[in-house]
Ligand binder design. Sequence first.
Ligand SMILES: Nc1ncnc2c1ncn2[C@@H]1O[C@H](COP(=O)(O)OP(=O)(O)OP(=O)(O)O)[C@@H](O)[C@H]1O
Ligand SMILES: [Mg+2]
Length: 179
Amino acid sequence: MKLVHQFIQGKQKSLVFQGAPGTGKSHLFRCAAREMKQQTIEYEENGKKWTVPITVLLLKIPELMKTIQRTFGSGRKDGLTEAKILDAITKVDVLILDEIGGERSKSDPNGFESWSGDIHYQILDHRQGGRKLYNLNYDSKSVKSKYGEVQGKRILSRMMFEAKHHHVVGPDHRIIGLK
Ligand SMILES: Nc1ncnc2c1ncn2[C@@H]1O[C@H](COP(=O)(O)OP(=O)(O)OP(=O)(O)O)[C@@H](O)[C@H]1O
Ligand SMILES: [Mg+2]
């Protein structure tokens, strides 16, 4: 909570939380999104200054992957494309990615989830310089076995760029009391 607080105040550029299910990662990130939507930034265009609300995008990776999949094939009525989604992800002031690596996608002949690995790579590569909050259940070894050694390393490297990492430990609050 302390780290997320520092992030909201602009004292941390980016955070990566790694930890078991039910430890409160998404809960904290949702709180951060709600807080940050109330912040503003100065924006200058053609010599004019504007004060605008900052843009915050919170995405759950498994849902994002499904949305991107649904843009394939015949044209959608709403005109949504993979390129438009990736463009929005790149442009927002704050990107919050919940459940990195949480999707289940089809494995390639080598047993790696290369399609979703490529999408992760693209998103993380584009966001390297920006402010972001990322969380995941997986450790580095699992990320590499999911996407392949080389692609896994590239993903982890970009995920961690300018970010402070924190390992979240604690009970699974969803199952407290379960015998
Ligand atoms: N420290 C806490 N005290 C009380 N309730 C908590 C705490 N942490 C989480 N919870 C509650 O437990 C539930 C699960 O939390 P959350 O969804 O944030 O977990 P998570 O770490 O994102 O899990 P997952 O990795 O499975 O997505 C939520 O209802 C949340 O409000
Ligand atoms: Mg979560």
